[in-house]
Design a protein around this ligand. Structure first.
Ligand code: BGC
Length: 338
């Protein structure tokens, strides 16, 4: 995450059986879910695999298929697979077959464990710097991924691009329309997740323009407010160096509720259901406050009818401790109350 973001952000097998036969044609096509029904199914989720060495070399994997079962048994219904795919394309923007094989393994493991699986294109850095190059790569990505998963059950969802930012902000409405059109060539009724520009910021929802007649869209926002609390000590946000910032006052809670009330009002006015795709507080924040924040954001999202995904399973903000092969109990309990 850049300085700019940090400053301004402050403001399965069973499911595979869900395939239906298209009337009249005899052809098999995946059944579809309304965006609203899908958000209800998605419920509670977690971000996975974004910074795992398995994408470079499957032999060095930290995350294995068995973790999908652990996630399901841990009380989650969704995984958001964070894909930095551009680096796995050749000069013609063709995705590496080994990358696809790894992704297939993970998607199948998620589905077999009754998890909804979001494929999130996460090259937001490149896209913020060079929207023109990004536009071409995004289209190539969704042409190939759309074709590859066109017969997957509706529990496979596509997220066009994580956190558009910087130079992409002004072009995002254009780019999202063009990218969505690529997806719709192969996946006419699959639900697609799209968020506002400026890092999927809640205050940019009003500028988001979506094709009115496409009702298979779920809108996503990310929530890390206040940054001084959630990103304290995070090395990629050097100006948040002050440690010991706490969270949990009546004022803190009222601010959270007011922010989510605003998102809900937008959602109702535009008839678009909401997915809170990332939230959390970095590992260096005081644990008691992290627990209070994590639990409050998750419960407030649920009270507003939003599905959510915690940032993240492994790496940082961890809810799963790879070293001890067990849940980070305070964070897990905050997310999934007994
Ligand atoms: C980025 C991560 C970062 C997180 C919180 C995500 O969108 O991919 O690198 O840790 O936001 O700042």
């Amino acid at each position: 995450m850049s300085l700019f973001k940090s400053v301004l952000f402050a403001m399965g097998a069973a499911m595979l059986a869900a395939c239906a036969t298209s009337a009249g044609t005899g052809a098999s096509a995946p059944a579809s879910l309304s965006a609203e029904a899908q958000v209800q199914q998605m419920n509670r989720g977690v971000n996975v695999l974004g910074y795992d060495p398995l994408w470079q070399d499957p032999a060095r994997a930290r995350f294995h298929e068995r973790h999908m079962q652990i996630i399901h048994e841990g009380g989650f219904q969704t995984v958001r697979i964070v894909l930095q795919s551009f680096r796995h394309m050749d000069a013609d923007n063709t995705l590496n077959p080994q990358w696809f094989a790894t992704l297939d393994r993970m998607v199948n493991a998620a589905l077999a464990n009754h998890l909804t699986v979001i494929l999130d294109e996460h090259d937001y850095g490149v896209c913020g710097e060079d929207p023109a190059a990004c536009r071409v790569k995004l289209a190539a990505f969704w042409r190939q991924v759309g074709e590859h998963y066109k017969d997957a059950p509706p529990q496979v969802i596509f997220e066009l691009l994580n956190e558009p930012n910087h130079a992409m902000d002004a072009q995002w409405n254009d780019v999202l329309a063009a990218t969505l059109a690529v997806v719709r060539q192969t996946n006419p009724t699959r639900n697609v997740i799209i968020g506002p520009a400026f890092w999927n910021n809640i205050n940019w929802l009003d500028r988001l323009q979506l094709p009115e007649n496409d009702r298979h869209i779920i809108v996503t926002v990310h929530y890390y407010l206040p940054m001084e609390f959630t990103h304290q000590g995070a090395p990629w946000v050097p100006e948040m160096r002050q440690l010991g910032v706490t969270w949990g006052s009546a004022e803190d809670r009222a601010f959270l509720k007011a922010n989510f009330d605003g998102v809900k009002a937008w959602s109702e006015a535009h008839h678009r259901p909401i997915f809170l795709g990332e939230f959390g507080a970095y590992d260096r924040a005081p644990l008691e406050s992290r627990v209070a924040y994590t639990s409050a954001v998750a419960r407030e999202a649920e009270a507003h009818g939003f599905a959510w995904a915690y940032w993240q399973f492994d790496s940082d903000f961890v809810v799963w401790d790879m070293a001890t092969d067990s849940w980070n109990a305070p964070i897990h309990d905050a997310l999934i109350p007994h």
